[in-house]
Design a protein around this ligand. Sequence first.
Ligand code: URA
Length: 222
Amino acid sequence: MTNLEKLKLLKLLYQHKSMGFEYFSDLKSIYHKRDLALPGSMDELKTIVTACHMCSLSKTRKNVVFGDGNINADLMFVGEGPGANEDESGHVFVGRAGELLSKIIENVFNLRRDDVYIANIVKCRPPLNRVPNMDEVSACKDFILQQIRIVNPKVLVALGSTAFHHLTGDYETKISRVRGEVLKFGGIDLVPTFHPSFLLRNPSSKKEVFQDMLTVKRLLAL
Ligand code: URA
């Protein structure tokens, strides 16, 4: 059974539970392999994601952090996963790393944060801000892929190694080797760069990110 099928089945079981059902002798009677595609509407997708319990991160989260911004944006950023501030507020990149990302968006592209779309590989905070593990990413990955399909940006920026590895399936190449290159994600240009949290710890790498953002600006013809 695929993750999406499991998610749909889990959703059906929750619906039945809310109606008072406690036990099914024959799951097939409630589970039909129909309508298995995730919705093409961002609001409907958000409703599904907000009710997700497909991995253990759902047990410790305060809020699901779905993603924010312009769903018709030409530019989309993908981060790793929510931290404490995001978990508290339900919004992406609102902590110190978020402030830095906002500055980059405003100063380099002359855009507002609301003009771009921002989301993460996983939607729930990993405890102690650890890197999400493979099980957590595979439970969540269909959601970011569907968000990318809906926004269909011209340029996708992978912020940091977690986003780069899971978006490309390349788990070998180091972000420091590939940053600033223009890769392809289907028909979309994908530019990996350092994560804003890394920049907070290593401010001297800001100049490389600035170069990468100039590449993105050129791709967007801004
Ligand atoms: N780091 C991320 O990768 N995403 C956030 O939303 C915040 C910090």
